[in-house]
Design a protein around this ligand. Structure first.
Ligand code: FAD
Length: 122
C-alpha cells in the first residue's frame, strides 16, 4: 500500500501508526523481560505526548490513563492495542474488530488469505 499524501493527512498518519502499533504488538515477546515491559510502557506514554494530532493524542492519553498498556505478553499487548484502536473506531463511527490473537495474527503477523506479503524482519 502507498501512503500518498504529502504531508501526511490525519487518516494516512493514523493508518501508518496503527500498522506500527499492531505490528510491534504482534512481535512482542511471549515472555517479555522487565526492560522490554518498561520500554513498551514508555513507548505508548511517549506516543500520547508526541502524536502530532491534538484531539487524537488527548483522547488517546485519557484512554491509556484509564486502560494502561498490558505489557505482560504478546497476546495481552496485541489485545490491548486492538481495544485502543476499537475505541477510536467507535468514536469515528467505524466498525470495531474482534481482538482474539488468532484474528489479529491473520492481519498483522502470520498472514491469512488477505495478506501475502513478507514480514518486516525478512
Ligand atoms: P485505520 O483505522 O487506520 O485501520 C487500518 C487497518 O487496521 C484497517 O484497515 C484494519 O485492517 C485494521 N484494524 C481496524 N481496527 C482494528 C483493530 N481494532 N484491531 C486490529 N486491527 C484493526 N482520527 C480522527 O479523525 N480522530 C481521532 O481522534 C483519531 N485518533 C487517533 C488516535 C491514534 C492513537 C491513532 C494511531 C490514530 C487516530 N486517528 C484519529 C486516525 C484513525 O484511527 C484512522 O487511522 C484513520 O481515520 C484512517 O482510518 P482507516 O479507516 O483507513 O483505517
Amino acid at each position: 500500500a502507498t501512503i500518498a499524501t504529502c504531508p501526511l493527512s490525519r487518516e494516512d498518519l493514523g493508518t501508518g501508526t496503527w500498522g506500527l502499533l499492531h505490528t510491534i504488538a504482534a512481535h512482542f515477546p511471549e515472555k517479555p523481560s522487565t526492560v522490554e515491559k518498561v520500554q513498551a510502557r514508555r513507548f505508548f506514554d511517549a506516543l500520547g505526548d508526541l502524536y502530532p494530532c491534538t484531539v487524537c493524542k488527548e483522547d488517546f492519553r485519557r484512554d491509556i490513563d484509564e486502560h494502561p498498556p498490558d505489557v505482560s505478553s504478546r497476546e495481552a499487548l496485541s489485545a490491548w492495542v486492538c481495544e485502543r484502536h476499537n475505541e477510536v473506531n467507535a468514536k469515528l463511527g467505524k466498525p470495531t474488530l474482534g481482538c482474539a490473537l488468532k484474528t489479529l495474527d491473520k492481519r498483522w503477523k502470520n498472514g491469512g488469505a488477505r495478506c501475502g506479503g513478507s514480514t518486516p524482519s525478512e
